[in-house]
Design a protein around this ligand. Sequence first.
Ligand code: URA
Length: 203
Amino acid sequence: MKGLNELKAAIGNCTNCTLYETRSCVVMDEERERVILLLLGEAPGGHEDRISGKPFSGEAGHILTDLLEKVGLKRNQCYITNSVKCRPTKPSQKGRYGPYANRKPKVSEIKACRCFLENEISLLKPKVIATLGGVPLGSILHKSSVRLEEYHGKPFFSQEFNCYVFPLYHPASIIYRPRLGQVYEEDLNKLKIFLSNKFNEKG
Ligand code: URA
């Protein structure tokens, strides 16, 4: 791939799994010249797929923006993307965006999409990938499930991607587990210190 536009076109033509059947657009962030921090989420939700075409623009995105701001990290200085590029859906009459609701991506869908993630990372060459939740960390580690309790807040180096990986919880997990809010802030503070020590990056 020569650039993000070519990657976007390839994702738009992808039929590697069945998620293309309900894809309404390719959800992708703006290209950035220099990416220190790449935030890696799970998969687009309804708002991202149906309304904005931008990752983390719905409810989880607002939580993410607030959390980043609390520790003085700026969202527009990170590149944000997802492990699975199309919205995983299940039929639902109560869906806010058409007759579908969001669901977690299947392991087969995560695997089918990994080639795009690999391409994206090799184009952007981030210094640090902060994974948001178990799905992106599992994808990075080639594991079908991970225990985030063991990994969160502890950076490690990925030989495969030639950069650090900093595991975080998924921002939406705070909705279901409000006590994680405190842990999340502590982890983000660690990330901020990590970025400024290693890359002199203020966020
Ligand atoms: N929106 C995204 O783009 N990714 C997520 O993981 C959740 C919401």
